[in-house]
Design a protein around this ligand. Structure first.
Ligand code: HAM
Length: 419
């Protein structure tokens, strides 16, 4: 029979990788909660329309990469390709806009995009993100960028590059759009098939096209910075001033647009220099989306957020950041009598909060100690019959093999001293 395998681009995360995953997940929760963010969990499946309206129907994500289907009841559903649209759907659905319009939310979970699999690019990947809903001030942009950078640096990743741009708001967009259409129209025959379509519908997307011919045309495309309206320019300058003041180096990338249509004004990416990632140097991306709430049926609510791929972060994270495990204690019993005692000792130590393994059969001491070693135990407790007569057990340091006899009721205290 053919052995079944996981779907292309979708991976098992095995137990040996968990110290790294836990370091990222727990480090992230701890940090964003310090900034006042609260967790939200939304379903993996959403109505397709949420992403068509939210992310934009001429983006690659919606046009080509969504896992979308009609379920048996005839509903049109999609596996979520990102978390922002879902967070805003929940914000509107549960009446936050009326009752508490400012929300600081964070999330972690799997996302799905049917992209071409590559190093650091998967079809199911895990994202963690944060959304600051209902705040327009540039100080919010600077704070959230600072939070993102602080988090990545807390994992020992570096050096990182922060790329920043502004896409402008309502003042800027129509003018910039017109300038782009004029520029690319002159070379229309050189555009790829996708970009020919984008020319009228969404010319900003052409700046993001990876096809060589389109990239060549984008080199001398008009810069958004020549079209920024006064308010948009002031907003961008203020974000930069605050980042400088807070000591967050950044680089303005005038052609950066990002792959989702909801962005307005500030957008940013954090890149990590690492050969482990191949071409996927972007570990985190985000930006302002001042029109999304309105597009999804609410009132205009300026907001900003970011998200990052957990797999990508782990690929560039040094091993020293992986979450340290609590030391393991292996309890060995020899013979039927001491097996019972070993099980008792294990039960007590576990109740005291220690991480404990115990042999369930009375195998030879030698083979039990071998197993303890294989499991990476820091200590072994040997419940021998002789020591039992004195209410004791042997405590063995698995690193140097040193052994001492300890009273069972003092075991926990001795383990604490030896840590
Ligand atoms: P995004 O740039 O599409 O933005 O994705 C954010 C991050 O998710 C990327 O920087 C990357 O680390 C990771 N990522 C994306 N696609 C893949 C993939 N196929 N495989 C592995 N990792 C991937 C968003 O998703 C926006 N929702 C960010 C945001 C939140 N903007 C405002 N709020």
């Amino acid at each position: 029979m053919k052995t079944l395998r996981s779907v292309k681009g979708m991976h098992d995360v095995l137990p040996r990788s968990m110290p790294a995953w836990h370091a990222v997940e727990e480090g992230y929760r701890e940090l964003v909660e310090r900034f006042g963010y609260q967790e939200i969990r939304t379903p993996l499946l959403e109505p397709i329309e949420l992403f068509v309206r939210g992310i934009g129907d001429s983006t690659d994500i919606v046009e080509k990469e969504m896992y979308a289907f009609e379920d048996k009841g005839g509903d049109h559903l999609a596996l979520r390709p990102e978390g922002t649209a879902s967070a805003i759907r929940a914000y509107l659905q549960h009446g936050f806009q009326v009752e508490s319009p400012q929300c600081k939310w964070y999330y972690l979970g799997p996302m799905f995009r049917r992209e071409r699999p590559a190093k650091g690019r998967y079809r199911q990947f895990y994202q963690a993100g944060a959304e600051l809903i209902g705040v327009a001030a540039p100080a919010a942009d600077a704070e959230i960028i600072d939070m993102a950078v602080q988090f990545i640096e807390s994992l020992g990743i570096g050096p990182v590059r922060v790329l920043l741009n502004s896409l402008g708001g309502e003042q800027t967009r129509p003018l910039y759009r017109k300038a782009l259409v004029e520029h690319y129209s002159k070379h229309e025959q050189k555009l790829c098939e996708d970009c020919s379509r984008r020319l009228e519908r969404n010319p900003l997307r052409i700046l993001d096209c990876k096809v060589e011919g389109c990239r060549a045309l984008s080199v001398d495309a008009p810069s958004v910075h020549d079209y920024l309206g006064e308010d948009d320019r002031e907003h961008f300058d203020e974000v930069r001033r605050l980042l400088d003041k807070g000591g967050t180096p950044h680089q303005v990338e005038p052609t950066m647009v990002r792959g989702l249509d909801y962005y307005t004004r500030t957008i940013f990416e954090v890149q990590a220099e690492s050969s482990a990632l191949g071409a996927q140097t972007s570990v985190l991306g985000g930006g302002r989306y001042d029109n999304l709430v309105k597009q999804l049926g609410g009132r205009a609510t300026p907001s900003i957020g970011f998200s990052f791929g957990i797999e990508r972060l782990i690929m560039v994270m040094p091993e020293s950041t992986h979450k340290e495990q609590v030391p393991l204690v292996f309890v060995a019993g020899v013979g039927k009598q001491s097996l019972d005692r070993a099980l008792d000792i294990a039960r007590t130590l576990r109740r005291q909060g220690r991480r404990v393994e115990v042999a369930h059969t009375g195998a030879s001491l030698r083979s039990q100690l071998k197993k303890a070693d294989k499991l990476g135990a820091a200590f072994a407790v040997i419940a021998g019959e002789e020591e039992a007569k004195r209410g004791g057990a042997t405590l063995r340091n698995m690193t140097d093999g040193q052994q001492i006899e300890v009273r069972v009721d003092e075991l926990s205290a001795r383990l604490e001293e030896l840590r």
